[in-house]
Design a protein around this ligand. Sequence first.
Ligand code: SF4
Length: 238
Amino acid sequence: MTPPPHADRAEPGALRALAERAGRELEDAPALDVLRWAADTFGERFCVTSSMEDAVVAHLASRALPGVDVVFLDTGYHFPETIGTRDAVAAVMDVRVITLTPRQTVAEQDAEYGPGLHDRDPDLCCALRKVKPLEEGLAGYDAWATGLRRDESPTRAGTPVVGWDERRGKVKIAPIARWSRQDVDAYLAEHHVLTNPLLTDGYASVGCAPCTRRVARGEDVRAGRWAGRAKTECGLHG
Ligand code: SF4
């Protein structure tokens, strides 16, 4: 589905100032308050991105802004369980799921770059199948929210609740940045929120099938992503 056009985009300098002020003022605010601020401030120029690992932030955002756009990147390499979670979210939650796809199918990419690019050059594969489509898909929004948490990995420890996305010129919101895994589990249980079934099948973090493995007890939650490689992030949050 093609993301909707949104008119009247705010001027980048004003957006940056807004992000910096909100970052100071909302650092300790509850996640739902952060999302209510985003809904009030940006309206339909605000969206949530979801990997469909779980639907916590989508659920929170739907409470703040019913019908909110939930953007999902379909890389062509997802587990069937992830696609099923997306479809279930679209069916039962008060959100509008928008699926972004890369310019090339997997077969077209294989034809141009050779099969298994994810094994030979995962940075290029992520750039083609994640970073570029998201950049294009977010073009019509002024602000986007993610489910990043500081406790997920050292690379995410400094995630601001509200910050400035320099690369895309947008306000970037991480409403559950301060949450722990226990906070997430408590929210899931209290609100009966959908989760990807792989989370109860040994996976602690769910990404593309070729680049995700189960983790052992005690391993870092993102240890199963690009295991055996120096790569720890797909480039969406750099
Ligand atoms: Fe490609 Fe793996 Fe990145 Fe998915 S996570 S886009 S398969 S390199």
